[in-house]
Design a protein around this ligand. Structure first.
Ligand code: ATP
Length: 303
């Protein structure tokens, strides 16, 4: 009977994952053995990342015929910088990340890393160069050590522990009855949203990619946890080219550059202060979210 349940279990997991938007794609690809959305050209060379300079050049993309999501998008992310991508819901923020990870190829235009067109290199090498911290990390029903080391089967215990320290989840693990051998996932310990995010950060640290994509959680963690995670992410993103997909604006106020997506293009970009002064779409989104925050805080205070 268990043999019948296992595939069903997996399907449920995949379904829940897909619903979550920018999911733990690395995990899913390995499990499903990569869907045939993109195919490598014959003899395609591997991507070689020297600096980590990302460019979107006139990118057009739609999931379905007749409905373009990106309509000639240009974006330049210099090596080592952090940019935050914001915009109304459905503007295509997660789509940008999926294209960068070569989940899909653009229908026109190109995306390059250090001058190499992603559509012309081995997709495996693209995914090896990019670490994604998804909104919601899917944990396997296995030990916490396995979950951190996932994707780096050759990682030793000392490397796993160093990654856990880097993600500030080491003291939490030390407090578990079986430490690194504690079972987590749906049939083991249930981790909180913040703890799961830290597992994802630790995984990324082990991978040590030159390029990082952070898909911020849509729902707020409590303020202290959020600040602590933010500090960890700031540390992790140093010296890597980082793209932060921000669904809420409060967390990206300090980004080097904020890029505002609207109607399939970059509507405006600048620092938080520049964009507020401009009084455009960003200023409007900011005001709307500020009003929502006041409501949330009032509701919390009343509890
Ligand atoms: P949010 O902040 O709400 O997460 P977003 O800016 O990240 O939004 P995307 O997830 O990139 O938005 O989606 C952009 C558009 O593409 C949406 O209209 C969405 O419905 C559509 N879309 C996303 N994924 C698919 C898919 N797999 N197939 C078809 N359409 C899709």
């Amino acid at each position: 009977l268990m043999q019948l349940f296992r595939p069903l279990d997996m399907l449920g997991w995949v379904y829940r994952s897909i619903r979550q938007g920018l999911i733990d794609m690395e995990a899913m690809f390995e499990l499903l053995d990569t869907p045939a959305e993109v195919v490598d050209a014959e003899g395609a060379p591997p991507l070689v990342v020297s600096q980590g300079h990302i460019r979107f050049e006139g990118v057009h993309f739609g999931y379905e015929d007749g409905r373009e999501i990106l309509k000639g998008l240009d974006l330049d992310v210099p090596a080592g910088q952090t940019i935050a991508v914001v915009g109304p819901s459905g503007a295509g923020k997660s789509t940008l990340a999926r294209l960068l990870y070569r989940f899909y190829d653009p229908q026109a235009g190109r995306i390059t890393i250090d001058g190499q067109d992603l559509a012309q290199v081995q997709q495996k090498s693209v995914r090896a160069a990019i670490g994604i911290v998804p909104q919601d990390t899917v944990l396997f029903n296995d030990t916490i050590a396995y979950n951190i080391g996932y994707g780096r089967g050759d990682a030793g215990q000392d490397e796993v522990e160093a990654a856990a320290r880097g993600a500030s989840i080491d003291s939490f693990i030390a407090s578990l009855p079986n430490g690194y051998q504690s079972m987590v996932g749906e049939r083991g310990l249930k981790l909180s949203g913040g703890e799961k995010q830290r597992v994802a950060i630790a995984r990324t640290l082990l991978k040590n990619p030159p390029i990082l994509v952070l898909d911020e959680a849509t729902s707020a963690l409590d303020t202290r946890t959020e600040q602590a995670i933010q500090d960890t992410l700031d540390r992790v993103s140093q010296s890597r080219t980082t793209m932060v997909i921000a669904h809420r604006l409060s967390t990206i106020v300090d980004a080097n550059r904020i890029v505002v997506l609207d109607q399939g293009r970059v509507a405006e970009q600048g620092t938080h202060d520049e964009l507020l002064r401009r009084g455009g779409l960003y200023a409007e989104l900011w005001e709307r979210q500020a009003a929502e925050r006041v409501l949330e805080e009032t509701a919390q205070a009343a509890e």
